[in-house]
Design a protein around this ligand. Structure first.
Ligand SMILES: Nc1ncnc2c1ncn2[C@@H]1O[C@H](COP(=O)(O)OP(=O)(O)OP(=O)(O)O)[C@@H](O)[C@H]1O
Length: 251
């Protein structure tokens, strides 16, 4: 059984305490949404797990008691400006850098082609990524994070530039991936409805603390959301049993 155990995670940047004593755990097959206001500490949390920022506390990814290393983790940062002239195919291939040598094997090429097909990127395979739209770029980098077949996916706002259809494609792909590969995905997102549709667990960060950590149904309600975001919202179940949220006004 794969587990990600985070105990007493704290992080300070330039003497400012950003994350405070966070203890949460996740297990294989789970997709977990990391939610919270701007500046709550979501990106810092994800980057600490990716071991990109110095932190205190313990973060362990293990399977049946055996620790897994960094090669089992993929991190997708927020969308950034791209200057390289690499094509979609080459960019995704770079996701295999941990295993690439001077010679690219047939198996590695096949993996890249498979991910390209899965995310329907065939039409852009030979296009330089920098000339793609924001949403297309986001899909390419998502493909890059899938290609090494990680057991832990850390995705920072993976749908921020995507139209509604592509948001669903991405979230369904991550969901399928987690179940098929017994992986864990933590994703930062601002869209509470997507979080509700595609999560087994929700972590609400507030002022750097784990304010709530539970199932989406237990957490995504006005009692939790309104004080955090300082809004009035209307949260209901629709006729298909899905949660809907209508933001009414800021408080
Ligand atoms: N390199 C840095 N130097 C100084 N302060 C930082 C740095 N990185 C993050 N912070 C601070 O840490 C806090 C949390 O930032 P973080 O980016 O983790 O928030 P977030 O929840 O991801 O926000 P958003 O939803 O706006 O992306 C903010 O107050 C931010 O100013």
């Amino acid at each position: 059984m794969l587990k990600l155990k985070i105990e007493g995670l704290s992080c300070s940047i330039k003497n400012k305490e950003i994350l405070k004593d966070i203890t949460v755990s996740f297990q294989q097959g789970e997709m977990a949404a990391v939610l919270g206001r701007n500046g709550a500490g979501k990106t810092t949390f994800i980057r600490c797990i990716a071991n990109l920022i110095a932190h205190q506390g313990s973060i362990v990814l293990e399977e049946d008691g055996k620790k897994l290393g960094r090669s089992s983790i993929a991190y997708l940062p927020q969308l950034e400006k791209i200057t390289s002239s690499l094509t979609t195919f080459e960019t995704i291939l770079l996701g295999l850098t941990k295993t690439l040598s001077w010679k690219v094997s047939e198996a590695q090429l096949a993996k890249v082609s498979q991910v390209i097909r899965e995310l329907k990127l065939d039409a852009f395979a030979n296009t330089p990524v920098r000339s793609l739209s924001g949403g297309q770029k986001q899909l390419v980098f998502l493909a890059q994070s899938f290609v090494s077949e990680p057991r832990l996916l850390l995705l920072d706002e993976p749908t921020s530039a995507l139209d509604v259809r592509h948001q669903l494609v991405v979230m369904e792909t991550v969901h399928r991936y987690c179940k098929k590969r017994n992986a864990v995905a933590l994703y930062v997102i601002h869209d509470l409805m997507l979080a509700s549709r595609f999560s087994d667990a929700v972590l609400f960060l507030h002022n750097g603390m784990a304010h709530a950590f539970d199932t989406p149904d237990a957490v995504l309600n006005s009692e939790t959301i309104d004080p955090i975001y300082q809004i009035e919202s209307l949260i209901e179940k629709n006729s298909r049993g899905l949660t809907t949220m209508t933001p009414i006004k800021p408080l």
